[in-house]
Design a protein around this ligand. Structure first.
Ligand code: PMP
Length: 379
């Protein structure tokens, strides 16, 4: 039997308790038990985002949440600044352009960050900018951006700070209200330990005031409809009921462990993974490595696509490869959701075996030893 291990940076493994919850018979969404579930989930979601604001649960993947953030807050012709240093920052720009917004791209090399001072400068040059679209953890490069510092800069203006927290929420410290984030977007298939299919969107009071002004065409992703339904205890459309059942279970598990504990342990997993990949001769790609996903550079002689395939075929282990211009050049290990220290060690042992098969043998156990050392010192 080949045991499957899903250590890709989304989708991530779904724990058995969550799978079992999703297998329960469907309850009708306009029933008392469903409304009670929506209320329990809403309360737990607000604690996840650290917000007093409503959290909208939309049926769709993370990109649907990003699109909802764009269409509900901006109008064609309005100018937004998009922080782009990877595939998902780029996606913000693509969505904004698709809806006729004028995009000022604030770009950095993939794996680098954009400092808040640079954002402040660009904002000063674009005083009519209506929004800043940023990514908290850029999954394609394993990079953590300083969203809190962005919020301080944006707070001084009329612009809204819109944050893609798809690969951070529930894995990395994030505090919507305290930091002053206006719109936050996340998705089910990362740190929330669910299958893909739910997008989460939360808007500040200031952001919600834009909903009536925004002229972008929208129907399914109209947050006004979602808000009206939520105020009545329901959802605007038939919700993905099985995913909601899983969401309730996953949120219970997350809050039972405690978000601060999860953030701390996720950082330890990432530190050990970085020590391990470095010992294998695969240095971390990012200037500001994310706790939720580690991206490691591969030597030019190693075909990254083949390496990822080999680990799937031989060992049933799924790691992320590179995307777009990083295709074949990096490997990515997720530390989000249902993964633990043994998973990090398994990924490193597998990488060692894969590298050896591709002619890049290292000292036996070097990656695992470095990670075990990192765990021992709590580095
Ligand atoms: N943003 C980030 C940071 C992501 O990692 C992803 C998914 N990999 C998305 C957005 C897009 O989400 P989806 O694929 O669920 O539409």
């Amino acid at each position: 039997m080949k045991k499957l291990r899903l250590l890709t940076p989304g989708p991530t493994e779904v724990p058995p308790e969550v799978l079992a919850a999703m297998a329960a018979p469907i309850i009708h969404h306009r029933s008392a038990p469903a409304r009670e579930r929506f209320a329990r989930v809403q309360e737990m979601l607000r604690r996840l985002f650290f917000t007093r604001r409503p959290v909208h649960v939309l049926t769709g993947s993370g990109t649907a949440g990003m699109e909802a953030a764009v269409v509900n807050h901006f109008s064609p012709g309005e100018e937004v600044i998009v922080i782009q240093a990877g595939k998902f920052g780029r996606r913000w720009g693509e969505i904004a352009r698709a809806y006729g917004l004028t995009v000022q791209a604030l770009e950095a090399e993939w794996g680098e960050v954009v400092p808040a001072e640079q954002l402040a400068q660009v904002m000063a040059n674009h005083p009519r900018c209506r929004g800043v679209l940023a990514t908290h953890v850029e999954t394609s490069t394993g990079t953590l951006f300083d969203v809190r510092a962005f919020a301080e800069v944006v707070d001084r203006s009329e612009a809204l700070l819109v944050v893609d927290a798809v690969a951070s929420l529930g894995a990395v410290a994030f505090n919507m209200d305290d930091w002053g984030v206006d719109v936050a977007v996340s998705a089910s298939q990362k740190a929330l330990m669910l299958p893909p299919g739910l997008a989460l969107v939360c808007a500040s009071e200031r952001a919600e005031k834009r909903w009536e002004q925004a002229q972008s065409a929208r129907f399914y992703l109209d947050l006004r409809a979602s808000r009206r339904a939520m105020d009545g205890g329901g959802t605007a459309f038939t919700p993905a009921l099985s995913l909601w059942a899983g969401l309730e279970k996953a949120l219970e598990m997350i809050h039972a462990q405690g978000l601060e504990n999860i953030w701390r342990e996720t950082e330890r997993l990432a530190a050990a993974a970085r020590a391990g990949v470095s010992a294998l001769g695969l240095p971390p790609l990012s200037q500001s490595p994310a706790p939720s996903v580690t991206a490691a550079r591969l030597p030019d002689a190693v075909d990254g696509r083949r390496l990822v395939e080999l680990l799937q075929e031989r060992l049933g282990l799924y790691l992320g490869g590179g995307q777009d211009q990083l295709a074949g050049r990096i490997v990515r290990i997720s530390h989000m959701g249902a993964c633990d220290r043994l998973d990090v060690l398994a990924a490193l042992a597998a990488l060692e075996a894969g590298l050896a098969e591709l002619g890049r043998a290292v000292a036996p156990g070097a990656g695992v030893a470095a990670a075990v050392g990192a765990f021992a010192t709590g580095a």
